[in-house]
Design a protein around this ligand. Structure first.
Ligand code: G1P
Length: 311
């Protein structure tokens, strides 16, 4: 158990975001908006709702906007109050009060495993969460946030925990893939992992998605990890070694994942989230109808591929 000290969560955010250039020339990709919040804020809110009181960002050059976003902005708050916009001032202030924020630099882009290792000074001694913020996870109403689902398994079973999702075989080469034994509904004991396997080497259909609860012994394994796939220090390789001496669990998480790491998926995420918001849903449908993409009356909207959605 984590005790009363509260949990910590590490966010690797040093990546370049080249897929979104020129939008990310000056703005970190994590600060691109998903509706009305930067992508990174969804992850931070998930961590906070999962009991994390300290957020550690592993940053790189050009990421100062993330620091500024989670810091107080006294001048802006004051200005908003003077203009009678107390609600906006409160929203701005609450961002900085969500948790304690710490920053550490990853001096070179040496991979996810290396990024986690950079966070060691803040996370040693106790299990900690890791969120890859490109994957925005929305849990169903009444279910705990996805990171909390992992912490609950850790509290019950000990060891380290990763989030799993079943993916089509042709997508396995994009993820860390596990080999494991199903020990109860939705829970695997992981025996082995392969990072981005080739077509012949896929051990199962279960892929690691961007949520982890890691035992601090991971740092020892990361330090002795040689560069793996893509010439980077892979978290997957350290987990593979860790699984030999400590339990490593894989949870089929409950929730919807919006992958915001590519323009195509970010666009889908934006649309998907807009459709889930009562105040935006009709705007999307009306606009698509206006553009002639959707046709239909009597409350039904028909998309080009013939799928019918009620509006
Ligand atoms: C990373 C991990 C991989 C995991 C994936 C989830 O890969 O290395 O094991 O499946 O995140 O998004 P990346 O997406 O950084 O290439």
């Amino acid at each position: 158990m984590m005790g009363d000290r509260g949990r910590k969560c590490l966010f690797p955010v040093a990546g370049m975001g080249t897929r979104f250039l020129p939008a990310t020339k000056e703005i970190p990709k994590e600060m691109l908006p998903l509706i009305d919040k930067p992508i990174i804020q969804y992850g931070v809110e998930e961590a906070v709702r999962s009991g994390c009181v300290e957020i550690v960002f592993v940053t790189g050059r050009g990421k100062r906007a993330i620091e500024d976003h989670f810091d107080r902005s006294i001048e802006l708050e004051q200005l908003l109050l003077e203009k009678g916009k107390a609600d906006c001032a409160r929203i701005v202030k609450e961002i900085s009060e969500m948790a304690d924020f710490a920053y550490v630099r990853q001096p070179e882009p040496l991979g996810l495993g290396h990024a986690v290792l950079c966070g060691e000074p803040f996370c040693r001694g106790e299990p900690f969460g890791v969120i890859l913020p490109d994957d925005v996870m929305i849990s169903p109403p009444g279910s705990p946030p996805v990171l909390e689902q992992l912490f609950l398994v850790h509290d019950r079973m000990g060891g380290s925990v990763v989030a799993l999702e079943e993916v089509p075989l042709e997508e396995a080469g994009r993820y860390g893939m596990i080999k494991g034994e199903l020990v109860e509904k939705g829970l695997f004991r992981i025996e082995d992992l392969v990072e981005k396997p080739g077509p012949g080497g896929v051990p199962s259909r279960y892929a690691v998605m961007g949520r982890y609860v890691l035992s601090p012994t991971i740092f020892r394994h990361l330090k002795s990890s040689a560069a793996g796939a893509g010439d980077e220090i892979q978290l997957t390789d350290a987990l593979k070694v860790l699984a030999k001496d400590e339990p490593l669990w894989g949870v089929l998480y409950e929730g919807e994942r919006f992958d915001c790491g590519t323009i195509e998926n970010w666009l889908k995420a934006t649309l998907g989230m807009a459709l889930e918001r009562e105040d935006l849903r009709d705007i999307v449908f009306c606009e698509l109808k206006r553009l002639g993409v959707l046709v239909g009356g009597d409350g039904a909207a028909v998309s080009e591929d013939g799928n019918v959605r009620s509006s």
